[in-house]
Design a protein around this ligand. Structure first.
Ligand code: ACO
Length: 423
């Protein structure tokens, strides 16, 4: 299979076919408009490949997710988040020496410029941590200028990876009115973040191994997911030549929406709503199925997974484990499991292949860790950062053209200007 044919107005056009390493087939329409004046129309891009990529493979029909060829289950069980970040960005698992060096470099760039702390004073106490995150990430470009030098680019990558968790923790501290806790470079990546989040000057902070382990795994599960909304945004913005920080800030903004990363917060709001409404599951299942009701079962459904989301299974297990080890119980977990059971047997959800996604159980784990709901999407962004960086780097290395889709115009045809007093 090397070409595809399209017949348009009786004229035949031949287009090359690209086959990926897992057998995925793409019809290359790059010359279609030049030859035929026609474009393809695919609102929501469900059938459009925007790039070739060697980072993440998803087989949504079979519930497979692999980073650089490694199965997500294996990475979640055996690797650390920092190791996975290295794998994402540099393409291979690090050796001992490479990992030590990477960790050391990350530990040397954790502090924010002192002036950046003043930005936090300007945000209202009610500021959403995702808005603070995207603003602060964009502001890094004012401190660390853009450069085409590969060493400078790599340094900015390290800076961003190291500082994002400091920015995130500071925005949490600001939101609860506690003093900022500075990074501690002797702590590992996840321990340092938890320390900045939960330590206070008045008493020693004791790290919970259970929380540490669970957060490390959650970050791995979020590390990349091929060309989703925020990642495509990163590639889109980056294709203009915008600097790394501005580009990633755009990705953070895209992630914040409730149909994307913001869904983890929406799930908790929904579960609380069901609890407060007396736990009437059937009512909410009926609402989700009613086309005249805007309500959707948050944390259900996925553009790509039509079998199960492998990350959801791992997170569900983690939720059980974390709650048991911390000796917590969470009525929201029981509601979630109940809802899942009903939905998975309901014809509407079965027919549409709507399964719990990554966000359905992640909020329960975050709650057990003591994290407030409005920080959930920030944690998603922390996990997704290596993926965004890897995709940005790949896009640059591919010398990608500026991304610029076309459209089918459906507005007025030409008409004459009507003077103001005649309208
Ligand atoms: N509850 C009820 N019905 C749903 C749901 C849901 N959660 N999700 C999809 N459907 C229905 C749609 O109404 C549609 O029905 P129809 O064919 O009768 O019109 C059908 O299933 C297909 O749904 P689409 O919206 O076309 O699917 P799409 O791929 O565009 O959207 C999305 C995927 C955004 C994830 C959607 O399933 C959704 O809104 N889910 C809830 C929000 C959510 O959990 N988002 C997190 C996604 S994962 C992530 O970003 C990490």
């Amino acid at each position: 299979m090397s070409t595809a044919k399209l017949i348009l107005d009786g004229q035949e056009y031949e287009m090359p076919v690209t086959v990926g390493s897992e057998g995925e087939v793409g019809i290359d329409i790059a010359k279609l408009r030049a030859h035929s004046r026609a474009i393809t129309l695919d609102p929501g891009y469900g059938n459009t490949g925007s790039c070739e990529s060697a980072i993440t493979f998803i087989d949504g029909e079979n519930g497979i997710l692999r980073y650089r060829g490694y199965n997500i289950d294996e990475l979640a069980e055996k690797a650390s988040f920092v190791e996975v970040a290295y794998l994402m960005i540099y393409g291979e698992l690090p050796t001992h020496a490479e990992l030590d060096d990477f960790r050391h470099r990350l530990s040397q760039h954790t502090m924010l410029h002192e002036d950046m702390k003043k930005f936090y004073e300007g945000f209202p106490p009610s500021a959403h941590p995702m808005s603070v995150l995207s603003t602060m990430v964009a502001s890094l470009s004012t401190y660390y200028p853009n450069s085409d030098d590969e060493e400078d680019i790599d340094l900015n990558i390290i800076r961003l990876l190291a500082k994002l968790k400091t920015i995130a923790a500071f925005s949490y501290k600001k939101s609860i009115g506690q003093p900022f806790v500075y990074p501690q470079n002797h702590l590992d990546f996840v321990a340092d973040f938890l320390h900045m989040m939960f330590a206070v000057p008045t008493e020693p902070y004791e790290l919970s191994e259970t929380v540490h382990e669970a957060l490390d795994m959650l970050l791995i599960l979020h590390a990349d997911h091929e060309q989703n909304c925020s990642t495509s945004t990163v590639r889109m913005v980056g294709s203009s030549g915008a600097d790394l920080f501005s580009t990633i800030s755009a990705g953070v903004s895209a992630l914040s929406g409730p149909l994307h990363g913001g869904a983890n917060m929406a799930v908790i709001r929904m579960l609380k709503g069901i609890r407060d409404d007396g736990g009437d599951y059937d009512k909410y299942i009926a609402k989700a199925k009613d086309k005249n009701d805007p309500f959707r079962l948050m944390g259900f459904g996925h553009r790509v997974y039509k079998n199960f989301d492998p990350r959801a299974r791992l997170i569900k297990d983690a939720a059980d484990r974390v709650l048991a080890r911390l000796g917590h119980s969470d009525p929201l977990l029981d509601i979630a499991k109940h809802l899942e059971r009903i939905a998975l047997e309901d014809e509407y959800f079965v027919e549409r292949k709507l399964y719990p996604n990554l966000d359905f159980y992640s909020g329960i784990v975050y709650r057990a860790m003591g994290l407030p709901t409005n920080m959930f999407t920030v944690l998603f962004a922390m996990g997704r950062l290596p993926g965004w960086i890897a995709q940005w780097k790949e896009m640059r290395d591919q010398k990608s053209r500026i991304h610029r889709p076309r459209q089918i115009y459906t507005g007025y045809t030409e008409r004459s200007y009507v003077p103001l007093d005649e309208r």
